[in-house]
Design a protein around this ligand. Sequence first.
Ligand SMILES: [Zn+2]
Length: 74
Amino acid sequence: MPIYEYACSVCGHAFEHLARTLDDKPVKCPACGAKKLAKQFSTFAPATATPKACGDCAAAPSCPASRMGGCGCG
Ligand SMILES: [Zn+2]
């Protein structure tokens, strides 16, 4: 189950929400009760994230790791 980060548009309170289904969203801010919530991008990489692409690496065209789906050179 993915954990999403939300921030309250009213008071700025940031919190995490465990989504049990795709449509599971927090109803209101746990701090102030406002219903204006903005979904945040997670600041940390989940353990299940795909490996970093090799796009920024100068050796990308020849990097064997990039063909394996991840880059070990940058
Ligand atoms: Zn709030």
